[in-house]
Each structure stands twice: as C-alpha cells, then as structure tokens.
Design a protein around this ligand. Structure first.
Ligand SMILES: Cc1cc2nc3c(=O)[nH]c(=O)nc-3n(C[C@H](O)[C@H](O)[C@H](O)COP(=O)(O)OP(=O)(O)OC[C@H]3O[C@@H](n4cnc5c(N)ncnc54)[C@H](O)[C@@H]3O)c2cc1C
Length: 497
C-alpha cells in the first residue's frame, strides 16, 4: 500500500495527512509499524531497536516487533504503537508558536526571547529544541506507552553538551547558567515530560547535590560519567511514611566503627532508581538523629535492592523505584561530607524546584503548539475547529497562560541566579506554574476531543504528565504553605489536632 498522501475528508489541509486521519486508519488496520508503513516509519522503527527494552512494563513495545507480540495476533492487539507511528509519519513536532510577547516563533529569527536570554542560552535552547522535535518526538509516545527508560535518547542528549546543567566544566559539566539549565528542562518537557524529569533529577538535582555537598573524591568519581550521560543518577528522600513531611524520614544510618555505616529503611517514588548507577540516599543518624546523605551504588552494594513501580499513569517513561535498604553496608567515603542537617537537603531542593518550574512551562507550550495545529487542520461542520469562537477562546487562554508561566519562570530563575530569590519564592512559582499548566492541559485535552486521550496525539501524554509535575518536588498545597509561612510568618504546614 503506498503511503497516504491526502485526507479525503479534509479539503482544506493542503494535502497533508493529519495525525488523526492516520490514527483512525491505523486503528482500522490494527497494527503499529509494519510492512505497510512508509519508509520513514520503517527507518524510525529500526533506530528504536537500539532502545533496551528490559526495564519496560509488559515486556516491551509491541509495534517494535519484540516483547508482547503474540504470533498472528497483531490484528486484535491493543494498538500500543499506532500513536508513535503517527509521530514517525509527521516527522517532527509542530514549530513553536510563542507569539510577539515572548519574542519567539518568528521563522528565521536568530534568537527567541532575544531580550531575555544570553546568546549561549539561545544556542543551548535551539540545540535541545531541534533534538526534541526531530529525535525525541518520534519515539516518546511509544516509550511512554510501554513505560520504557529512553536510554538511547538519554545518551543522545548527553552528546548535545548539556549534561549536568550548571555543573562546572572542570567536572565534565555543561557549565550552563541556571536559566540555561531551565531552558533545557523546558524544551525537553515541551516534547516529552518524562525525558525532562530524567534530566531534572540526574542532570540537575543529583549533580548539583554532589557539587555542593560531595567530597572532592566523589566529584571526581561520579560527575564526569553523569554529565556525559554514560550513567544515570537518582536522589532518594521520599519514604512511605515521609512524603510531604519529608524531614520526618525514618531511614537510619548506624555507625559500625572502622569507617563503615549500615543503612536500613525503605524509599519510595524514587525517579531513575531502577536504572541508576549511583543513588543519593538521605538518612538519619541512628544515634544523633542528624540528617546524612550517602552516594550508594546499588549494583555493587549488598543489602540494597530496587523494585520498579508499575502502573504509573503519568511520566511513564521515567522509571520510579522503591528502594529496600536491609543492613546495607557502605564506607565512610560514601557519605557526603557537606551534609550537616536537613537544611542542606532543603537547599539543593530549592534550586531543583527552580528547575522544576520550567517543566510545566515546556509541557504547556508543547500542548499549545499541538493544539494550534490541530484546530486549524481538523474539520467539523465543514469548517476548521479554529473557526469557532469557543475554540479560539480556549486557545487564547492557553496562550496567555504560557506567556505568564514562561515569564514567571524566567524572572524567578534570573533572581535566583543573582541570589535575590529565596526558597519560598521558588515554591510559590512552582505551585502557581503547575496550576496554570494543569489548566492548559485540561483545555488542550478538550480541544482534541477523544484523541486528546491518546498518548500518541501528544496531548493525552502531556495531560497525564502535568499531574505528576503538579505533585512531585512538593505538592501544590505544600509549596503554597511553605510560601505562605514566609509571607505571613506563621506556619500552617503542621496541622494541630
Ligand atoms: C512521578 C514522581 C516522581 C518522584 N520522584 C521522586 C524522587 O526522585 N525522589 C524523591 O525523593 N521523591 C520523589 N517523588 C516523591 C514526591 O516528592 C512526593 O510524592 C510528594 O512530595 C508528595 O508526597 P506523598 O506522595 O507522600 O503525598 P502525601 O504527603 O501523602 O500528600 C497527599 C495529599 O495531602 C496533602 N497534604 C499533605 N500534608 C498536608 C498539610 N500539612 N496540609 C495540607 N495538605 C497536605 C498533599 O498536598 C497531597 O495533596 C516523586 C513523586 C512522583 C509522583
């Protein structure tokens, strides 16, 4: 069958097949990438074979011809790969349409947001955007649907020279400004929320913790590999009994003498843990109660095991794990000497929250870009959806949110870089930006109708990913309460009974 050239139901689309036509056709055909696919789809599928499948849910990706396939049953299977092949056909993500207020979206313009960014920040942003629109987009939906760690995409991102975010080049890092690292998070999230989360944890939070609180030996041992994306790092604070109440952690570190420590406890929800070569484990000194942190190598430390958490409905491609520490013995060299109290964890989390603020900005911008294209292409009642006042109203609410979110994230980050914004400023920004992001995701999902529930339309995936952004690195409520405490001088965080 030759590749589809036009949408017969759509007279005004300039002969370009819309993704929804392709989706419907694919569902009817009942397959993912198969012998009937165009050359571009086949090429993309073979590159996907580089992606290791062992850590995905359900044994792998059906449309890749591996994993869950039941011989001869392709016509009745759930079409897990159809969405991704739509991305393959379209080739790249829709161009960003940021509009005049932010100074972006003008074809051929050298630097988007020219009055807000340095030329290095512009270049970094453009490099990551190109990578995301061309490489990440074609694989993201399928990896998400099958909950597969995007190893090849992670390594490819490392080759762009953005690894480690703000980590100094002396340790192999990109040495980006905080705004530069934020832009990387934003551009990644615009196309794939999961890859952005992997980068935010491994490339920003873990590396920054080692830079700020680690020993010189730990910096030399871990940072170069992490910044080159040859390894993945993870950061473990949350526990079953210590979620929002993070300082109430129960994992214990017992000094054994002879320069050894024993770790006992359980961690939960830890991003990247199942694929990490080093995990920063936060614990409490068994005798003094002081907060401590250790760089633990799960692959070579007896008493440490990691179980992948299954069935997540957002950020499915990042692997979250439960960590079991049962008499795990680590050397004194693994302890981060800069950690003196819980304030040190809060300090690195404050910068990390500044980074997280960029993620909903990216996710919302990607939603807007996809929705804008969709409503101009999708014909109902003989006209494009964009001809409806209600649709334009919804779209412009998204646009205004995107503008405000981007400017808030940019201003917060510049002030933080200059030492003029505080932790509570970051918590307020993170909370507000995710609130607006959630509104954008909800409107975007509506604008695509039923297809807004499909991961492969991009919108279904981004809608679900926004929920995770709303909750991790402190929930919406807790972040507002932290900001509220700073502004009123009264803590309402610990309820009284
Ligand atoms: C996708 C994902 C990735 C994550 N990655 C990591 C990671 O890499 N490392 C890590 O350490 N952690 C990670 N987390 C954990 C995350 O930070 C916690 O989920 C979050 O802090 C909330 O904790 P909880 O889930 O235990 O919710 P809870 O603390 O049980 O909160 C449940 C609800 O109660 C509300 N609530 C709680 N206390 C109060 C209060 N005093 N007043 C008003 N409302 C309150 C909360 O706002 C929330 O709505 C991740 C979580 C997710 C979902």
């Amino acid at each position: 069958m030759p590749p589809e050239k036009t949408n017969p139901k759509n007279k005004n689309n300039g002969g370009v097949p819309t993704w929804q036509t392709l989706a419907h056709k694919r569902l009817l055909l009942g397959g993912g990438v198969n012998a009937h696919d165009s050359d571009s789809a086949s090429a993309s599928s073979s590159s996907l074979l580089d992606v290791p499948l062992a850590v995905g849910e359900g044994g792998g990706a059906s449309s890749l011809g591996v994993g869950v396939g039941i011989p001869g049953a392709s016509s009745v299977r759930e079409d897990g790969g159809a969405s991704a092949s739509i991305a393959n056909r379209l080739g790249r993500f829709p161009a960003s349409q940021e509009g005049a207020l932010l100074g972006g979206g003008v074809p051929g313009e050298e630097c988007e947001w020219p009055d807000l960014l340095t030329s290095k920040e512009c270049q970094v942003r453009a490099r990551v955007r190109e990578y995301c629109e061309t490489k990440v987009f074609t694989q993201a939906a399928e990896l998400w649907e099958n909950a597969i760690h995007p190893k090849a995409l992670w390594e490819g991102l490392g080759a762009l020279g953005v690894g480690g975010g703000t980590t100094p080049s002396a340790y192999g890092g990109a040495g980006l400004s905080l705004v530069g690292a934020g832009l990387v998070n934003m551009e990644l999230a615009r196309v794939d929320g999961s890859l952005s989360a992997i980068y935010m944890i491994a490339g920003c939070l873990v590396t920054n913790t080692i830079v700020k609180l680690g020993s010189e030996a730990q910096k030399k041992k871990y940072l170069t590999q992490l910044c080159a994306h040859r390894t993945v790092g993870s950061w473990a604070l949350t526990e079953a009994e210590a979620g929002s109440d993070a300082s109430g952690l129960r994992t214990l570190a017992t000094p054994l003498g002879g320069g050894l420590w024993q770790l006992d406890g359980r961690k939960r929800w830890i991003g990247n843990a199942p694929v990490a070569s080093v995990i920063i484990i936060w614990a409490r000194h068994a005798e003094t109660g002081n907060t401590l942190a250790f760089a633990v190598e799960p692959g070579s430390t007896a008493g440490v095991s990691v179980k992948t958490m299954r069935g997540k409905v957002g950020l499915r491609a990042i692997q979250n794990g439960e960590i079991f520490l049962d008499g795990a013995t680590v050397k004194e060299e693994a302890r981060l000497p800069g950690v003196k109290s819980f304030a040190d964890a809060a300090g690195v989390l404050a910068q990390s929250r500044v980074m997280v603020t960029w993620q909903p900005v990216g996710l919302a911008q990607g939603l807007y870009d996809v929705c804008l294209r969709h409503v101009k292409e999708r014909m109902q009642f003989g006209v494009p959806l964009a001809a409806s006042q209600v649709v334009q109203h919804k779209l412009m609410l998204m646009r205004a949110n995107c503008n405000a979110m981007a400017l808030y994230a940019w201003r917060l980050t510049r002030r933080f870089e200059q030492g003029e914004a505080s932790g509570p400023d970051a918590t307020l920004a993170k909370a507000w930006v995710t609130l607006r992001g959630r509104e954008c995701a909800s409107i975007g999902r509506e604008l695509l109708g039923g297809d807004g529930l499909l991961a492969g339309s991009h919108v279904g995936k981004a809608f679900a990913d926004m929920e995770a952004y709303y909750t991790y690195e402190g929930t919406f409520d807790i972040n507002l309460l932290v900001a509220g405490r700073a502004h009123t001088g009264i803590s309402a965080i610990r309820p009284r009974m």
